[in-house]
Design a protein around this ligand. Structure first.
Ligand SMILES: Nc1nc2c(c(=O)[nH]1)N[C@H]1C(S)=C(S)[C@@H](COP(=O)(O)O)O[C@H]1N2
Ligand SMILES: [Mo]
Length: 328
């Protein structure tokens, strides 16, 4: 079990539960349920989820053991039903409920990822070959959408750096570019609209290697629902949610800053960096606050947005000397 030091940013509002007690309780719950039910993975979240997503056979070795980490311990995760029914995944429609309604038939197993560009090791890799040699971790992260809503999600996955380093990027690899599956037959949203498909995203290589950048294959202790980006999606918690590209089929190491979907659509509104920043408003709305889900009409649950979504301690040094008003 890897124990990392807890960062001040992990939690502001929920210090009442002593962290070590909470962690131990989590481990206890996991250990006892594994013993009692023969379950492979954490069951901490099963009560609130009540869903039955089966782990594909190819990923069962990895899902046998999910280690807890201190990231976000004590934060109040959104109920599974909220995180899996309020989604942005334009390949399946523009409404928040569309992905949950339309993504069920997406075929996520088998799944290959093409790795290309400025790296010593490139080629086509089966998802299970990338995942099963790694230890899955659970990390509870805040997700802040550029539309000014947010939620806390317990992801299951591996650090992006761990995966990328295996391909041995060379010195020309200044950025890493990602692509979502392009398959209009399975993804009805790709049959039209303004987006030039496939969905594209990218990070500067030092951002990609930051400890917080994460590749998720699960959430709430089980595999990702299709609407959340199955079978593998990026999670970059200090950036607006649109950077966290779903259903990845391509990773390319490149020398120049890559074209990214939202910047291509409206460059004056969405930049490449897209760091969460309450000091730089979107041209059409403020970024100083956010609606933390779940909330309602009577209790919209508006909270202050924090610089880098509260992860300054981990990531601020990536941007020292940069003008973050220009590089939004
Ligand atoms: N391929 C793809 N990835 C995507 C999107 C999308 O439309 N297509 N939407 C992004 C946006 S705007 C957000 S806020 C998050 C939402 O992730 P969630 O549905 O798991 O909460 O996914 C991001 N990744
Ligand atoms: Mo978003």
């Amino acid at each position: 079990m890897i124990i990392k030091m807890k960062k001040a940013s992990d939690c502001l509002d929920n210090e009442v539960t002593d962290q070590s007690i909470y962690l131990n309780r989590r481990q206890f719950i996991q250990a006892s349920s594994v013993a009692a039910l023969g379950l492979g993975s954490s069951s901490l979240w099963s009560k609130e989820s009540g869903n039955n997503l089966a782990v594909p056979e190819s990923l069962q070795p990895a899902f046998k053991k999910i280690i807890e980490t201190p990231y976000g311990v004590g934060e109040k995760a959104a109920p599974f039903d909220v995180a899996s029914t309020y989604n942005n995944f334009y390949e399946f429609g523009y409404g928040k409920g569309d992905p949950a309604s339309n993504a069920a038939a997406l075929k996520t197993d088998p799944w290959n990822i093409v790795v290309e560009g400025e790296a010593d090791i490139t080629g086509t890799f089966a998802l299970e070959d990338i995942i099963n040699e790694n230890q899955l971790e659970e990390r509870i992260y805040r997700l802040r959408c550029v539309e000014a809503w947010s939620m806390v999600v317990p992801w299951v996955g591996i650090s992006l750096a761990t995966v990328l380093k295996k391909f041995k990027p060379n010195s020309k690899a200044k950025y890493v570019y990602f692509e979502t599956l392009h398959d209009p037959e399975q993804m009805p949203g790709q049959r039209g609209g303004n987006i030039k498909w496939p969905y594209r995203e990218g990070l500067r290589i030092d951002e990609a290697m930051n400890e917080l950048a994460f590749l998720a294959v699960g959430m709430y202790g089980r595999v990702l629902p299709n609407q959340n980006g199955a079978p593998i999606r990026l999670v970059v918690p200090w950036k607006y949610g649109f950077k966290s590209i779903k259903s990845i089929v391509k990773i390319r190491f490149v020398e120049e800053m890559p074209e990214t979907t939202w910047k291509m659509l409206a460059p004056q509104e969405y930049g490449f960096y897209a760091n969460v920043n309450p000091g730089v408003d979107h041209p059409r709305w403020t970024q100083k606050q956010e609606r933390r889900l779940p909330g309602g009409i009577l209790f919209p649950n508006v909270i202050e947005t924090r610089m880098f979504n509260g992860y300054s301690e981990e990531v601020a040094s990536l941007y020292s000397g940069m003008n973050l008003v220009k590089n939004y």
